[in-house]
Structure formats: C-alpha cells, structure tokens
Design a protein around this ligand. Structure first.
Ligand SMILES: Nc1nc2c(ncn2[C@@H]2O[C@H](COP(=O)(O)OP(=O)(O)OP(=O)(O)O)[C@@H](O)[C@H]2O)c(=O)[nH]1
Ligand SMILES: [Mg+2]
Length: 596
C-alpha cells in the first residue's frame, strides 16, 4: 500500500506513519475514527498540505493521498453497486487552514465519486478545531452538517442517513450481489402468561419462526437469544445489560445485524444500534423486506412499498429529534432538520401517489369481481398460514403453474384460475397471500383489498400444514385474521395438507368446520375427495330468490321447505308472493316462478 499524490520532500518517517493507517481496522459505525483523525491532522500540520483518507464501510482504509480531496482516487471503482447507489466509501480529509467547511472541490468529489460522506477536519496548530460532514440527499445535492468536535457521538448517527439514501436506491436490504449477512435474533419472554413454561415456549416458537423469516430474507442466523423480563424495556426492548452482552458478542463473531422479534420504536432502534454498533431491524421490517423481494404484480409491489413507507415515516421522525439539534444556534435552522423535512415531504408525496394508483387498481379488481358475480361463477379462495401449501394445491387442482417455493410468502398476489368441479361446472379458484403471526398492521391494511377476495368468495379452503407441530396455533392465527376481515360465516373446508409427511394421530381440532379433508397436494392423495367436497359444498350453497306462485300450483312451497327456507310470503291477486333462500342446484326447477 502506498501514499498517493504529491509525496515529494515528505520525510520517510511521516510516510511510514501514514502507511501504518492501512493496517488498522476501524469500527464500521465510527464515521470519524478519533486516532486516525488525530494522526492525519498532526502530519498534515507538519507538512502543511491536505491529506485525504478513504475508508470503506467495513472500516478498512483503501486510499491515502496527499493533496486536496479532489486528488483522492477510488482504487477500483466498484461498478457492481450500480450507478444509483453510493460507493460505500467515505473520505476524511484535512484543511490545514483551520476551517472545517467543505470547499467546492470537496462537494464535487462527493458527487462525482458518490461517496457515503465527505468529512473535512479544520486544523489549527495540529489540533482538530471543527468537523463538517457532507452527505448526498435524494436530489443528489450535498447536505452539509456541522460543526462537530472530534469524538462527538452524534457523528455516529450518520450511517443512518447514509443507509437511508442507499436503501432508497434499491428495494431490499440484502441486495443479491452481496454476501449473506450474519445475524443474531433477539426475543423477549414477558411473564404475562400464568402457566409456567407456557410463555417461554411461545417465545421460542416465535423466535424459530423469525429464524425462518431471516433465512428467507437471505441472512445467516448465528444465534438466537431470549431474555426473560417482566416488561419490555422502553429504551432497549430487552435489558440494557443484555444489549451490552450482545455488543460484545457482535464484535467477537463479526455480526452486524440484530433482528428483534417485536416492533421497535425509533428510539429503541437508535439506542441499541448506538450501544452495539450493529444494524438493528425488527420483525416487521424483516417481513416487509421479504414481501418487497417477492411481490410480483404491480399491485402487490405498490402495496408493499406503501406499507414500508408508512412504517418508516414515524421512525424517521424519531431519528430527527437527534439530528435537528445539529448545527443549532441562534437564527440557524439545523441542516439536519432541513434534510429530514425534505425526506419526510418526499415520503408523504410518494405515499399519496401510491394510494391513488392503488385505488385505480382496486376499482379494476372490483369490476372483474362484479363480472364474475353476474355470471354466477362460484369463487373459492385458498387461505391459510404461509407455507401451508396453498399454491401447491392450486397447481394440483387447476393444473396451472403458480409460483411455488419452500420459502415463506411465496405468493403475494392473488392469482385466479379456472377450476372444473366434479359435476363439470366451472368455478374460480383464488390463491392468497399466506397469513402469519404478528403480521405487521400496516401490511394487513395494505393487503386488505387483496385479502378481501377471501371475504367475497363463496367458499374458503383453509389449508393447513398438518405436519407442522404448531399447526393448531397457525389455524387459530388464520381464524383470527379471517374474523378481522369479516369472513367467518363462509362455507369453509378445513384442508389438512402434507399427509405424506404428517405424523399419524390427529391433534387438530376441526370443530366449527363444515367439512374436513385430509390431502397431500404433492402426492395427490385425497384430491378427488376434496373436489367432491367442494362440489357438495356448492350444492349446499343457498341463494335468495323472489317467486310468484299461482294458487293452483301446490308442490312449490313444500319443495322450498325441503331445499331451503321461506323468508316471507304475501297473498296477492295472481298468487302467493314468496321470498326464500334455496340451495343453488335446486333452483332450476323453480325457474318458471322466479321474479327478476
Ligand atoms: N411433503 C409435502 N410438502 C408439501 C405439500 N404441499 C406443499 N408442500 C411444500 O410446502 C412448501 C410450501 O408450499 P406453497 O404451496 O408455496 O405454500 P403456500 O401456502 O402457497 O405458501 P405462501 O405462498 O408462502 O403463503 C413447498 O416446498 C411445497 O413443495 C405436501 O402435501 N406434502
Ligand atoms: Mg403461495
């Protein structure tokens, strides 16, 4: 490694000292490593020239140059990151004149190299007097923050801004081109359950599921930790001591991602990140991220983006409290506040434009649904916990190819397929997004219009992974969500799937279901019986009709009682006017008397 730029007449001793900086590894979240800053400031003062150091996000120095920041060269410009994303490298450089404000050259370099940040150290007599930090904003302009003094902890919040900008250039946190991230999962067992041991099991199950989610998102889970605590800690979620323990663990195992099992507040995220130096995300962010990776249709993508923004907005404000104090002073609006305002306004604008677009798409869907209703095509919706096998069953029943994968949330978009019933009639089968415990509220809202397909269906197939030991819990989560959607009174068949790998002996309580059917969507076991039950179910389906029955036709009223119910009757001149509900397949005999 060598020192670039004009090194003429600089003593070897100083050059060697500078070269030594290449060998040190700095904390990934430490925007301005104190020792490094002091070293280059002292040498810069001694040689009376500017020194620029480039550091990557892993905390490794990648270039040291003598001369103004414009001389700094990115060693091998990393094109894999694409030209919309940041270079993942920041520049720290000295201003021997004593002023820390960024120069035009500094700002140009920031933009040209798309640096994470351009940091200027004002130096007087070899001491750092002030520090300014420039970061790009969404409009690709430089926002300048400061002045700071060396060691100011606020400097370590900048990676938030940097990350924010970087993620806005790509949709998922994990980026396919990057290696899988190592993560530690953290859960909490609050003692609100009276049954000893019960709450711990629950916390463990929930954490196991979080692990599945993390894997689905592409992370490698190094460890899972559960803390037992009376209540959630408002500042750190778990106890502060636990977080300190985690900080050590992160350092020892080089883990840079902590995933928490519940929704965290903006303040909690900030506190934990500050203490551990790792990036912190919560269950909701993780789920939203997976949804973002998987959404396929335009509507699905818009719905996920909307949910992400809505979740992000209040947490951005949490961070803003810290930032708006930056650069305070009489008559100055902190630049941090300004950037935050820009971001917030940008997000709000995007939210309303997304909402408008979604409204249009929803109208179109309602229109299509009305068409189906008019044709009297029966609609069957597949619902169930994620990974239950809904898409596989749809493929099996319709011979279509819906996206199937052994990952959570393979389906986000309701896809509709034609299904031929056992009696030859046609029906429409609709696949839906999988349900999950602690489904983020914003997501339920976002997907409500999609899930409403289930509410409008004539029949539900509640698919269950009978091989899963948590099947009973999964059933009740789905039932709870269906209740929220107002779809509990539907004719529902409980479909116990994966019989090929399920342990024998039923543990599943099927009370309250019209019918139950054991199948294997993979082997085809039980499928004819399921089709039969579906067809049966439709025969049982009732429809409301109005009739006018002449007085001389005697068989109609008893026939109605046999196949349905009379809701009301009125004696008129031409006959009896009857309002009734009758089984759909028994209606045709009554055609002569039906009023339209
Ligand atoms: N052994 C076995 N595996 C099955 C069966 N049905 C589905 N699977 C597997 O379970 C996994 C999930 O299946 P999907 O059909 O994608 O599940 P889903 O309910 O649509 O999941 P989401 O779309 O995520 O809600 C896949 O790996 C399937 O191959 C079955 O009857 N037996
Ligand atoms: Mg699916």
């Amino acid at each position: 490694m060598k020192i670039n730029g004009n090194t003429q007449s600089i003593k070897d001793r100083l050059l060697n000292e500078l070269e030594g900086l290449y060998d040190v590894k700095y904390g990934p979240r430490e925007l301005v490593p104190v020792e490094l800053a002091q070293t280059i400031s002292r040498i810069s003062y001694e040689i009376n020239r500017e020194i620029s150091v480039l550091i990557n996000r892993k905390g490794t120095v990648v270039d040291i140059s003598i001369g103004d920041s414009g001389k700094a060269t990115l060693p091998q410009m990393d094109n894999r990151r694409g030209n919309t994303r940041l270079s993942a490298i920041r520049c720290i450089h000295t201003h021997p004149g004593g002023k820390g404000l960024l120069s035009q050259v500094d700002i140009k370099t920031l933009q040209k190299l798309r640096l994470d940040a351009m940091i200027a150290l004002g130096i007087l007599d070899g001491q750092i007097t002030e520090i300014y930090v420039g970061c790009l904003n969404i409009e690709q302009e430089a926002d300048v923050y400061g002045p700071f003094t060396i060691g100011d902890t606020r400097l370590n919040y900048f990676y938030k801004i940097i990350e924010e900008l970087d993620t806005s250039a790509r949709t998922d946190i994990y980026g396919n081109e990057e290696e899988a991230e190592k993560a530690v999962l953290v859960g909490l067992e609050t003692s609100n359950s009276r049954i000893e041991g019960m709450s711990l099991r629950e916390a463990q199950n929930s954490l196991d599921e979080l692990e599945e989610l993390a894997k689905t998102a592409g992370a490698i889970v190094i460890d899972k930790i559960i803390q037992r605590k009376q209540n959630q800690d408002s500042a750190y979620y778990v106890g502060k001591g636990k977080i300190e323990e985690l900080a050590l663990m992160c350092q020892a195992t080089d883990v840079q991602l902590l995933i928490f099992d519940d929704e965290l507040s903006g303040a909690q995220i900030r506190n934990i990140e500050e203490l551990t130096g790792a990036r912190v995300i919560d269950r909701t962010t993780l789920i939203l991220d997976i949804f973002a990776q998987r959404a396929k249709s335009k509507e699905g993508k818009l719905q996920v983006e909307l949910a992400q923004l809505k979740y992000k907005l209040p947490r951005l404000i949490g961070l803003g409290n810290e930032l708006s104090r930056l650069g305070g002073g009489i008559g100055t609006r902190g630049p941090g506040e300004k950037k935050l305002e820009v971001d917030r306004r940008h997000i709000r604008r995007r939210i309303s434009s997304l909402e408008r677009e979604l409204k249009l798409l929803e109208k179109r869907r309602i229109f299509m649904r009305e068409g189906r209703e008019k044709n009297n095509t029966p609609v069957i919706a597949l619902v169930g916990y994620t990974n239950a096998g809904k898409s596989t069953l749809m493929n099996r029943l319709c011979g279509s190819s819906v996206f199937v994968e052994d990952k959570l949330f393979a389906t986000l978009d309701p896809s509709a397929r034609k299904l031929i019933l056992a009696d030859g009639r046609e029906a429409v089968l609709i696949d839906t997004v999988g349900f999950i415990r602690k489904l983020p509220h914003d997501l339920i809202e976002a997907f409500k219009s999609t899930l409403e397909e289930a509410v409008h269906a004539d029949m539900l197939l509640h698919v269950v992974d009978a091989s899963n030991e948590n099947a009973a819990m999964q059933i009740s989560v789905v039932e709870g969500l269906l209740e929220d959607l107002g779809a509990t009174t539907k004719h529902t068949i409980l479909v116990l799937n994966k019989q090929d790998i399920a342990a024998s002996g039923g543990r599943i309580n099927s009370m309250g279901y019209t019918s139950v059917c054991e199948i294997s969507a993979v082997t085809g076991y039980g499928i004819p019986q399921l089709l039969e039950k579906i067809t049966e179910g439709f025969k049982e389906r009732l429809r409301e009709i109005n009739l006018l029955i002449p007085y001389n036709v005697g068989w109609v009223i008893p026939y109605i009682y046999e196949n349905g119910k009379v809701l009301g009757q009125e004696y008129q001149e031409e006959g009896i006017s009857v309002k009734a509900v009758v089984k759909v397949d028994k209606i045709s005999r009554l055609n002569d008397f039906i009023l339209v």
